[in-house]
Design a binder for this molecule. Structure first.
Ligand code: PD2
Ligand code: ZN
Length: 293
């Protein structure tokens, strides 16, 4: 769990001075990994209130997004497990590195899958799609909700020889054990389909998260592979980092949000921008702390 060091002290006083609300600051600290009670006490102290009192909060002025933007210096960026170099040998294939970002840790790859492999993944998935769900943070159950307009299917890890080859290549590229991976998910978005900004990790303060972390622990990193060229829109966006990645067939975006100290990086807030022309197919791998499934 993070501690209130000099950078957090600066963050607390600058957000008090900017007129932020108590609740939005507590939320931002909890999202950065503080326990709710500890965050509440620190924020109340910063406002000159008795940390133990449950008094009324000053009015909300700033959004949570604005707060999170100023908080990430407390996440310690340790070394990514992904190999160095401009070309990475991933099990059976050479994968090109197109871009690396250190804060947040994002890597864009080219040619993770061949065009034929992309087509095969789409064809075997096309007839098995179901409307996608999102984890309800309160209950941990999967709900169909409006911020995710796509359809998808899951493949069991190593389900057949083709899927096993994909699992092994991806695990080698992410340099994380194949056993720690969730099964591959295929998603299809039609025109206007989108996935609004979210975190792929399970927020530790939300009661529904425990259901998902009971097996395998927290998610640590994601690889989103694009299975087709999207003619217009459909980028993967990182609004806190001001970055977007275009959907190019066979390419992929990797991002890592849990470090060796088990901190979670709020800069990895990300989404799938609305598809403005054509459709969009992706394949996603989420890696866990420990063996999964
Ligand atoms: O479709 C995407 O680009 C996208 C963006 C963010 C997918 C996901 N997240 C996801 O499946 O978690
Ligand atoms: Zn996501």
């Amino acid at each position: 769990m993070p501690v209130v060091d000099a950078s957090w002290e600066a963050w607390l006083s600058s957000n008090v001075a900017r007129g932020c609300s108590v609740d939005s600051m507590i939320d931002a600290m909890v999202q950065a990994g503080f326990a709710t009670e500890a965050a509440r006490a620190e924020v109340r102290r910063a406002f000159g209130m008795n940390p133990a009192d449950a008094g009324a909060a000053p009015a909300a002025e700033a959004t949570e997004a604005a707060l999170v933007k100023t908080a990430p210096q407390t996440y310690q960026y340790d070394e990514s497990p992904v190999a160095r170099g401009n070309v990475i040998r991933a099990h059976d294939r050479d994968v090109r590195v197109l871009m690396r970002c250190e804060r947040p840790q994002v890597i864009v790859f080219g040619d993770v899958l061949s065009p034929d492999e992309c087509d095969e993944m789409i064809e075997r998935s096309r007839h098995r799609l179901k409307r996608s769900t999102t984890v309800n943070p309160a209950t941990g159950k999967e709900d169909v909700i409006r911020n995710r307009t796509s359809e998808g299917i899951w493949y069991q890890r190593g389900e057949d020889a083709f899927i096993e080859k994909m699992d092994r290549r991806i695990s080698s590229l992410m340099n994380w054990p194949v056993e720690n991976g969730e099964g591959l998910q295929i998603l299809h978005y039609g025109t206007t389909g989108e996935y609004r900004p979210h975190f792929d990790y399970f927020p530790p303060d939300q009661p529904g998260s425990a259901v998902h972390t009971a097996q395998g622990g927290q998610r640590v990193s994601t690889l989103v592979i694009y299975l087709n060229d999207v003619p217009d829109g459909g980028e993967t966006i990182f609004p806190e980092a001001g970055m977007s990645v275009a959907a190019v067939k066979g390419g992929a975006v990797y991002f890592r949000y849990m470090n060796g100290q088990r901190q979670l990086d709020p800069l990895t807030l990300h989404g799938g921008a609305p598809v403005l022309g054509g459709d969009k197919w992706i394949m996603t791998k989420w890696m866990r702390e420990r063996a999964y499934g």
